[in-house]
Design a protein around this ligand. Structure first.
Ligand code: ADP
Length: 269
């Protein structure tokens, strides 16, 4: 797409010709479109819980409040929808911070073992409720990797949380870390529902979900994997997915143990 602009060329205050300038605005237009889509998606995502909150609140005010049991049930829904909205906003903020290519972010050596054990404590009760067996194989002794602890925490939490969310009761989640010399190898593997091949190319897009209904019921925001991918890219790492429908999924992350910033490189999308 070209933008053509014509302006008069004046010499001694008399129009003496014209300057025609051509500017390629294809990329600008594309960015505008991406931005517009994002705002539309975000508004839709916020509207859904909001509609539900409003609906249940109105029904309560219309008289449903008189029945204690109904009242409790509706308030529980309102409460969890409000939680989902707040997760949505937090995840969006995390993503936009990641995208703003913050060069002041602190990079420190992270003890991966400790970080994962902390996360396993956090997810322990949801795994127990679903009777999911979570195992951690640490095949790297005291491995440290350079990175930002909060971001790394978010990355691992999102992968482990998904593995538990998308695995039916009685399943297994296995986390393995290995020292590969230059790189740290991290695998989060589950025996869950799996992901069909056709969804793979779009999996890391924000708000992309294989099954919208299921994701919503699980309290998902559709932003988890977009955050994971951004963190991996910001650490110059790679992420791969192996999955078989109905059998399970494995996410494999490789991160260089020693971080080297490339100030001229933009953070990849
Ligand atoms: P959500 O909040 O919906 O979980 P994510 O960005 O974390 O969003 O994941 C995007 C989609 O990828 C999910 O909605 C789900 O369909 C699929 N997905 C992610 N992790 C797994 C997994 N371990 N097993 C099966 N499907 C998964």
């Amino acid at each position: 797409i070209l933008r053509v602009s014509i302006s008069p060329l004046k010499v001694d205050n008399r129009v003496n010709g014209a300057v025609i300038s051509l500017e390629d605005i294809t990329e600008l237009k594309r960015l505008d479109q991406v931005k517009a889509e994002l705002v539309a998606n975000m508004s839709h995502e916020i509207k859904t819980p909001l509609t539900s909150i409003k609906g249940f609140a109105e029904t309560l005010l219309d008289g449903a409040m008189d029945d204690r049991e109904t009242c409790r049930r509706f308030l529980t829904i309102i409460d969890s929808e409000a939680d989902r909205m707040s997760r949505l906003i937090n995840d969006s903020l995390t993503l936009s911070r990641l995208e703003s290519q913050d060069r002041n972010i602190s990079i420190e050596p992270i003890n991966l073992h400790e970080l994962i054990v902390n996360i396993l404590d956090m997810v322990d009760s949801s795994a127990k409720t679903k009777n999911i067996d979570v195992t951690f194989y640490d095949q790297a002794t005291d491995m440290k990797i350079d990175g930002n602890e909060d971001r790394m925490h978010q990355l691992m939490l999102n992968l482990i949380d998904n593995a538990i969310k998308y695995t039916p009761s009685g399943g297994k989640v296995t986390i393995t870390i290995k020292d590969e010399g230059e790189d740290a190898f991290i695998s989060v593997k589950d025996t869950g529902i799996g992901i069909a091949k056709e969804h793979m190319p779009r999996l890391f897009e924000r708000f992309y979900r294989v099954d919208k209904g299921r994701s919503r019921n699980m309290g998902g925001t559709g932003l988890g994997l977009a955050i994971v991918k951004h963190v991996v890219m910001s650490m110059n790492g790679t992420i791969d997915v192996n999955s078989e429908l109905g059998r399970g999924t494995e996410f494999i992350v490789r991160l260089p143990k020693h971080y080297s910033a490339h100030p001229s490189d933009p953070v990849a999308d």
